[in-house]
Ligand binder design. Sequence first.
Ligand code: ZN
Length: 119
Amino acid sequence: MGRRAKREQRKAERRAAEEAEAARIAEQNASYFATWRAEILAQTCPTCGRRAVAQYFYGLPHFTPELNALLDDGLIVLGGCDYAPDEPLWVCRSCKRTWGRADDLVQLIRVRRSLQHPA
Ligand SMILES: [Zn+2]
């Protein structure tokens, strides 16, 4: 195999590896956001008992299509870039009650992960 052909082959291999990595991240994101959505939908307001609950999201969001879908569906409410440990985690869209604490580890992981999602 000539030098040029080898170079072309390496390029093709690199491209295939990049595509495989992008597919892996996309699949991971889809399952991650599906789990997150299901967790929010499972919440019930402790005051009015409705399932119209949204989760506050703190930090700088990375607006992926999955996050935008949660925002469009009213399941995520942006809480601002400044994160304070005593901020609420949940809000009822019906009676506006807030509860929970945003410093729950899971939420912090989400904030971090959202920053790592590819555009
Ligand atoms: Zn309520």
